[in-house]
Design a protein around this ligand. Structure first.
Ligand code: 3HC
Ligand code: NAI
Length: 698
């Protein structure tokens, strides 16, 4: 194995090249290698040192895999301080991403040069941490408190040009970073440039710390680490450098011990693990350049937008030329949003809407498509008719996908003579924005068709999760269950507004009733009608207030009223006064005497229902691993990322206590609160969902 840091003395300039693929994370060997390299350069009489990364990037940060293990010396802040203290001129030559500890190393060097494509940032907040290797002390000294706080509290990546404008780097130069760094160091030596230590810059000007802390805390919806960046930066203003570093270290260590840190790091690795499936190993996806979308309503037009943005050509099939034009209008509306945000330019907008998009009403025009996604009405008979037609016209090897939310993909596949080519591609609304894609594997789906689904998801920038066939797959199946728990609590005495508030204060972006209003109450209504037609379990509780609301034409935001009234706009929701009387009538009709619920009980029941159904979904193999459920809920259902996902939350909360509660509630409703066999098994064996994730990883 090569040294983590390669040393090369070229004349009077030492080059330290990091060689720790894939991202040059600052693990123990790299940290030690940097110290050794600086010392050797000083010993061997070098006048300058250039630090750069081999492969695709400069350092992408501390080695996250070391977190939670006993820290090993040299610690990263000491490495940073040792680099800065060197009497030699130290230059960072950056490419790829200089993130977290990587940027902190760069801030400790005396000069910084980057290639135009380089990106840098302090993304520690996304891991539940603050920058912990002097970043909170050096960055505000270099670029001022406001800009430093913006970079740290958002964790956003800054491009090279912005970094230059901010004064974060000194120069942009195209070419090989090692070569650029060497030339820059040569020039600095020749010019007699001074050694510049950021820590020696004057302390930055203070701001209103308490007000800023509160504002950042509020923005984080319960996430603590961004707000703690404010406290660490306050230290940079109020304390001598070394004490500020010690203060930063203390906060960093405290955050390292939190559930939020565990949750966010779980989310980081889980979202990278979802695509790692044994059945995909060595399987080549089928090539996809041209796709077709059937049905250009809400979902079809969002899917088409996402595909166009990913560089695919799209044929949109609708029922009539008028409907096709409407779909085009929706797609153009979506793309004009991308134009406004600078994601495409005017020429790109015109190319996508006029050349890359073709409208049709004829199935014959789908003969060339590599992959076809159906997004028509949620009706099995309509879906089957569409798939039979696709079977007749699609070229051999074309992948045939359904965007169905709940329906049986096996039954849909059986409407064709090529079920191996069929799978579910379940996008989330709005499909050009939401990152989640459930890839639904039917009985006969061929492995390379599944691989094609994952490849398409990647191309579209989605986080793709494999799901098995059942009513609602992973996400909607679990949603149905915890929504039912919420409906039961309403019948028993809670209000939709109390439930939404309790869950929003847990960290959900929106409570379930606000979400229902956004999605359209007609969707749930259709599902309830279908389920009642199929026959409810005799012990299942039912309610009618939501149906009465729909019968009155209140479908949520799109009609201006649902659980809430949106008369003052979608954000300014107020409870709809018609709702509580409907609920009270429902309770009276069922002979229920309402009782009070605390927010804590609401949360506990809602989460227990979610975890219990999720355990069934994993136990039945609908989700391969607990982490697949976590990623689904994080990316498709507004679950707070800093809690890691429902099953990570359950592990941290304690599975035995959750099971005890479920068993206790079964006394009042044995049908709804049946403990999931997998949950019972894990508790009996003293194991966790994380153990299952680890077993699956091998
Ligand atoms: N430590 C350990 N492993 C890391 C890592 C890190 N900091 N960053 C990435 N990796 C691993 C990934 O887990 C993945 O492993 P796998 O192949 O086994 O799944 C591999 O590197 C490649 O990562 P990606 O798939 O994410 O590759 P991309 O090219 O899409 O993205 C990246 C590269 C932008 C660097 C992205 O990986 C990333 O954002 N990484 C995290 C960066 C970060 O958060 N840095 C701060 C760390 S905390 C810190 O520095 C604390 C300090 O202040 C003390
Ligand atoms: P929608 O009603 O907005 O759009 C359906 C479109 O399909 C309409 O434009 C209609 O003209 C067209 N259509 C119907 N039958 C057709 C046919 N035989 N041939 C060609 N076009 C036809 O519905 P929406 O919301 O876009 O849903 C579509 C599918 O996506 C459904 O299966 C739904 O369950 C699923 N879905 C919906 C989500 C949502 O939030 N709306 C989320 C994820 C999936």
């Amino acid at each position: 194995m090569p040294d983590a840091i390669a040393y090369d003395l070229q004349g009077d300039i030492a080059i330290l090249k990091a060689q720790n693929p894939p991202v040059n994370a600052l693990g123990h060997a790299v940290r030690q290698g940097l110290i050794d390299g600086i010392e050797r350069a000083e010993r061997e009489g070098a006048r300058a040192v250039v630090i750069h990364g081999d492969g695709s990037t400069y350092f992408a940060g501390a080695d996250i895999r070391e977190f939670g293990k006993p820290p090993q010396e040299p610690h990263l802040p000491d490495v940073c301080n040792r680099i800065e203290a060197s009497p030699l001129i130290v230059v960072s030559a950056m490419h790829g991403t200089a993130l977290g500890g990587g940027l902190e190393i760069a801030l400790s060097t005396h000069y910084r040069i980057a290639v135009p494509s380089a990106r840098m940032g302090l993304p520690e907040v996304h891991l539940g941490l603050i920058p912990g290797a002097t970043g909170t002390q050096r960055l505000p000294r270099l670029i001022g408190v406001d800009k430093a706080l913006d970079v740290m509290t958002t964790g956003r990546q800054v491009g090279a040009q912005e970094a230059l404008d901010l004064g974060l780097i000194d120069r942009i130069e195209d070419g090989a970073p090692g070569v650029n760094g060497l030339a820059y160091a040569r020039q600095l030596i020749d010019e007699g440039a001074p050694r510049r230590a950021v820590s020696e810059l004057p302390a930055p000007a203070p701001i209103d710390w308490d007000a800023t802390y509160e504002a950042v805390l509020k923005r984080g919806r319960g996430q603590i680490s961004p707000a703690m960046c404010v406290r660490a930066v306050q230290g940079a203003c109020e304390l001598p450098f070394a004490e500020g570093v010690a203060n930063e270290r203390r906060i960093f260590r405290e955050l390292m011990d939190t559930d939020q840190r565990q949750g966010m790091i779980h989310a980081f690795f889980a979202e990278r693990a979802v695509g790692k499936l044994p059945e995909l190993k060595g399987v080549e996806p089928r090539p996809v350049a041209a796709i077709a979308v059937i049905g250009g309503g809400t979902m079809g037009s969002g899917i088409a937008t996402s595909a166009l943005m990913a560089g695919l050509s799209v044929t949109m099939l609708e029922m009539s030329p008028e409907a096709a034009e409407k779909a085009k209008g929706r797609i153009a509306g979506n793309l004009s949003g991308a134009l406004k945000r600078g994601k495409i330019d005017q020429a790109g907008f015109e190319r996508l809407t006029e050349q890359a998009l073709t409208l049709t009403t004829s199935y014959d025009d789908l003969a060339e498509a590599d992959l076809i996604i159906e997004a028509v009405f949620e009706e099995m008979s309509v879906k089957k008719e569409v798939f039979a037609k696709l079977d007749a016209v699609a070229k051999p090897g074309a992948v045939l996908a359904s965007n169905t939310s709940y329906l049986d993909v096996d039954e849909i596949a059986a409407a064709t003579s090529r079920p191996g080519d069929v799978l579910g591609l379940h996008f989330f609304s709005p499909a050009h924005v939401m990152k989640l894609l459930e890839i639904v594997v039917a009985d006969k789906t061929a492995p390379d068709v599944l691989a094609t689904g994952f490849a398409l998801g990647k191309k579209m920038g989605k986080v793709s999760v494999r799901a098995g066939v059942c009513d609602g797959f992973i996400g909607n199946r679990i949603l149905s269950h915890y929504r039912t728990a919420a409906d039961h609590m309403i019948l028993d005495g809670a209000s939709p507004y109390q439930i939404d508030a309790a869950l929003e204060s847990f960290g959900f972006a929106m409570g379930p009733f606000a979400v229902a209003d956004l999605a359209g109450l007609d969707i749930g209504w259709a599902v309830r009608k279908r389920k009642r037609a199929e026959g409810l379990h005799p012990q299942a509780r039912d309610s009618s207030y939501a149906d009465t609301l729909c019968e009155a034409g209140h479908f949520g935001q799109k009609t201006g009223k649902g659980y809430y009234d949106y008369v003052a706009g979608p954000k300014a929701r107020v409870p709809n006064p018609e709702v509580m009387p409907l609920i009270e009538a429902d309770r009276a009709a069922q002979g229920i005497t309402p009782r009070d619920f605390t927010d804590a009980e609401i949360l506990r029941r809602y989460m227990a229902a979610m975890v219990n159904e999720a355990a069934r979904v994993v136990g039945e193999g609908i989700a391969r691993r607990p982490l697949d459920v976590d990623v689904t809920l994080l990316y498709g259902y507004g679950f707070p990322r800093y809690r890691g996902g429902p099953l990570k939350w359950a592990d941290m909360e304690g599975l035995p206590g959750l099971l005890d509660d479920i068993r206790a509630w079964a006394a009042e409703d044995a049908h709804f609160w049946q403990p999931a066999p997998l949950l019972e098994q894990l508790v009996a064996e003293g194991r966790s969902f994380e153990d299952l994730n680890k077993e699956a990883a091998g």
